[in-house]
Design a protein around this ligand. Sequence first.
Ligand SMILES: [Zn+2]
Length: 126
Amino acid sequence: MILKEISLHTKRCLYCDMPLQENARKKYCDLICRKKYNQELRTLIDEQAKDIRGVLKRNRRILKKLYEQIKQEPFVDKNSLEELGFQFKYVTHTQIIKGHTACYCYDYGYFLSEDGRYLIIGVDER
Ligand SMILES: [Zn+2]
């Protein structure tokens, strides 16, 4: 039990998990482990960024489609947006228009209106 606790506190290489010398300031066994760790981290970050771009593009497509379909009365409820696959936590930017915060996915966006529905806004309204 004591051995196990000690081993849990042993400093280990971030890449291969081999124990490192106590008091060593290193995070990796050697330059190879450091290089591999950083490569894998970069790949992971690139993949996540690619996934997020995919979500943002899908959000934009949904907003654009709704905007074009319902231009006269461009209000939708939250469920309708979510059923189409819209993910609210991904937006490219926000903008204050007439005291209200508009959330955008590139050139299409939305306001949350007072009745809880979403007003879809398009490129020509910025
Ligand atoms: Zn290592």
